[in-house]
Write a protein that binds this ligand. Structure first.
Ligand SMILES: NC(=O)c1ccc[n+]([C@@H]2O[C@H](COP(=O)([O-])OP(=O)(O)OC[C@H]3O[C@@H](n4cnc5c(N)ncnc54)[C@H](OP(=O)(O)O)[C@@H]3O)[C@@H](O)[C@H]2O)c1
Length: 413
């Protein structure tokens, strides 16, 4: 291993003997004396590889793996497994705390990415590490976000923890390319939520089955539909078009056994307020069912009578501009969602709105269930799929369905 990639982390204010300037202005010192590089390099690689298993579940967050060691032996490993769930460091620390090893003997944490220093959906990992009493931390990559880069390492170092940066050993380009897209300058300049488009299609790529199959509505099998409920519980909003509301009258809820702290907002794109006031969206929730506020995004100046009636039914309504003098501007929709705090959105809609999102490059990730159904009605997604370039693609089977997941190629966004 190149010695220069294994460095202790120090600040410019307190340069240590033999230190060198880091590219971000921090001072990095070569000192590998007290750690066994031979073991750390493969451990970081292994943690990174395992962490990628959960790439679709955590995106836009990065895939992160962590290990707690005692005298050179791994006591516990942890991974970031689900968006909104515990970070890798927290999971590893919790497992280590439950192990037989004396807490005082836990002497090293190895983590593929710089620990976070700010509170997000979960507490800051830096605080969890400090609380654990572990005094040495090895990190495989810096946070790519210039606003936070080095802050986690610095906070640990200031608290007296020895921090070693093994830059280049957990390359984000390989482990979490999606996380780099999420931090691309253009995206930071004009932020919009991470959009996961999920759809069920027949073998011919249609989103509507033949009339006589699945009540004319269901294409995917029970297992797939249960999995979608889980996904709903891990997003901030479910977005659909009024076409789906009119055709299917969905509830867009999360149901037992899936639970979530904050049920996702239910957002309907409805340019002319065609959503019926007696839709299931406005019906009381059943026991074991959770659902967020119903929000109708419409064209500013939509019919005032319908506006009032839908508000009385329980909808929150916001007027936006149109894109082409007709439909809502998706750019404005995206900005609105972001400003409302939506970071991860699930697009569960019919072919019209789905293709609008895809055409404008607003879909980041797809999950496509191809059911055991021939034929179907409406537009086929076959052409899009034939052309699609998906990064980190995963093909799997679930019951009788074929499931395809992937990140939409950056150049096609
Ligand atoms: N298989 C699946 O995964 C799946 C999922 C959901 C639905 N579906 C099926 O899809 C069918 C409904 O599909 P659909 O295509 O009619 O409805 P849709 O895509 O759900 O909704 C389309 C409507 O959204 C509104 N919209 C607002 N802004 C838009 C924009 N910028 N671009 C495009 N549309 C915009 C438009 O109506 P306004 O202009 O009036 O607002 C448009 O007619 C149903 O049969 C349903 O069962 C299948």
């Amino acid at each position: 291993m190149d010695q220069s990639s294994f460095t202790a982390f120090a600040t410019p204010a307190e340069p240590s003997k033999g230190s060198q300037g880091g590219s971000d202005g921090t001072m990095l010192q070569r000192t590998a004396d007290s750690l066994d590089e031979q073991k750390l390099t493969p451990l970081l690689a292994q943690l990174g590889e395992e962490a990628r298993t959960w790439r679709f579940a955590v995106a836009p967050n990065p895939c992160v793996g962590a290990a707690v060691l005692s005298r050179g032996k791994v006591v516990a490993k942890g991974f970031h497994r689900v968006f909104g769930g515990p970070h890798a460091e927290v999971e590893a620390l919790a497992k280590a705390a439950k192990s037989q090893v004396d807490p005082d003997a836990l002497d090293l944490m190895v983590v593929t990415l710089e620990p976070c220093s700010t509170e997000g959906k979960t507490g800051a990992c830096v605080q969890a590490i400090l609380k654990s009493g572990i005094r040495r931390v090895v990190v495989g990559a810096l946070d790519p976000d210039a606003r936070h880069q080095g802050a986690g390492l610095e906070a640990l170092r200031e608290a007296g923890v020895e921090v070693y940066l093994m830059e280049g050993h957990s390359e984000l380009e390989k482990l979490s390319p999606h996380f780099l897209h999420w931090h691309a300058p253009e995206r930071l300049r004009r932020p919009r939520p991470w959009v996961i488009a999920k759809w069920a299609q027949t073998r011919t790529g249609q989103l509507q089955p033949p009339e006589d199959i699945g009540e004319g509505r269901w294409i995917s099998c029970d297992d797939s539909r249960s999995e979608v409920l889980e996904l709903r519980g891990r997003v901030d909003a479910i977005v659909t078009g009024v076409g789906t509301v009119l055709a299917d009258d969905p509830r867009l809820s999360v149901r037992t056994p899936v639970t979530c702290d904050q049920p996702p907002l239910r957002v309907v794109l409805d340019s002319f307020l065609r959503t019926p006031v007696d839709s299931h969206l406005f019906k009381p929730l059943h026991e074991g069912e959770a659902a967020g506020q119903v929000i109708l995004l419409t064209v500013a100046g939509a019919d005032a009578g319908r506006w009032r009636a839908l508000e009385a039914a329980g909808a929150e309504i916001h007027g936006l501009h149109t894109e082409d003098g007709d439909h809502l501007s998706l750019r404005e929709v995206e900005t609105w969602l972001w400003n409302r705090g939506v970071r991860r959105a699930l697009l569960e809609t019919g072919p019209t709105l789905l293709n609008s999102f895809l055409d404008r490059g607003y879909v980041d990730q797809v999950r496509i269930y191809t059911g055991d159904v021939n034929g179907g009605r409406g537009t086929s997604m076959g052409t899009w799929l034939a052309d699609a370039s998906l990064e980190d693609r995963l093909d799997r089977e679930l019951g009788v369905d074929a499931v395809l997941e992937g990140f939409v190629d950056e150049n096609r966004r």
